[in-house]
Write a protein that binds this ligand. Structure first.
Ligand SMILES: [Zn+2]
Length: 209
C-alpha cells in the first residue's frame, strides 16, 4: 500500500501516529512523508534555524526512509493560510507522483490554524482518489471521533517514543504531550477501546476499498 503522511509541522505526525508509521513500515508499505513548516520562529532563542528540520531528518533516517521518501517545505509557521494554493499544488503534485492508497493528516476538528489548512487542502486534493484518515492530537481538539483504530504493541510504542526523542529542541520546552506517561496513557486508553494493549485512534474522512 502507498501511504502518504502529512505533517503541518515537523513533530505532528510522530505525535499523532508515530506507532502506526512504525507498523506500516514493518509491514512493507511504501511511505511518503510531507512536512509543511519547520517552525523556525518557534525555536528557543539562539538555536540554529534548521534545528527542527535536522531533527525531523534524524527521525526519518531512524526509520530507514531515504531522501526521495520525504519532502520538507518551509512555509512560515502560523501563516500557512497565506500559502493555501501553493500547498494544494504541492499535494496534487504528490498525488500524481506517489498515487497514495491512504492519506493520513490532521483532523478537521483540530483548532491549530496551520493544521486546519493542511486538513482542508488534504481533503480537497485527495477526496476522489484515496482513503483519508486523521490522527489525534488531543491538546488541539474540542471533539475527536475515534472511528478507526490501529492496534499497536509495546514495541511500537517504545519506537514511537524513541522517534520523539530526536526532538531535543522540543523536550527542553517540557511540553506535557511529549511525556512518555502521556503517550503511553493515551495509547492504553485507545487500546482499551479496541481490545488491544495499545492503539492509535483516527477519524475517517474517506474510506475506499
Ligand atoms: Zn503542528
Amino acid at each position: 500500500m502507498n501511504i502518504l503522511i502529512l505533517s503541518p509541522h515537523t513533530d505532528d505526525a510522530e505525535l499523532g501516529c508515530g506507532g502506526s508509521i512504525c507498523k506500516f513500515l514493518e509491514n512493507g508499505n511504501n511511505v511518503y512523508w510531507m512536512v509543511f513548516s519547520t517552525a523556525e520562529e518557534s525555536l528557543p532563542e539562539g538555536m540554529p534555524k534548521d534545528t527542527l528540520k535536522s531533527e525531523f531528518l534524524d527521525v526519518t533516517q531512524h526509520l530507514g526512509l531515504c531522501e526521495e521518501e520525504v519532502q520538507v517545505c518551509n512555509f512560515r509557521v502560523r501563516y500557512l493560510h497565506e500559502h493555501r494554493q501553493e500547498i494544494l499544488d504541492q499535494l496534487i503534485k504528490t498525488r500524481k507522483k506517489f498515487n497514495p492508497d491512504l492519506v493520513i493528516g490532521p483532523s478537521i476538528n483540530d483548532y491549530h490554524q496551520d493544521h486546519q489548512i493542511i486538513a482542508n487542502e488534504m481533503i480537497r486534493a485527495f477526496k476522489t482518489t484515496s482513503s483519508i484518515i486523521s490522527y489525534e492530537l488531543p491538546w488541539n481538539h474540542i471533539t475527536f471521533n475515534t472511528q478507526l483504530f490501529i492496534k499497536l504493541t509495546e514495541e511500537h510504542m517504545s519506537k514511537k517514543c524513541d522517534l520523539l526523542k530526536n526532538y531535543k529542541s522540543q523536550y527542553i520546552k517540557e511540553r506535557l504531550y511529549f511525556s512518555e506517561e502521556f503517550i503511553f496513557g493515551l495509547a492504553r486508553s485507545r487500546g482499551v477501546q479496541c481490545n488491544s494493549k495499545y492503539a492509535e485512534a483516527f477519524e475517517v474522512i474517506r474510506w475506499m476499498l
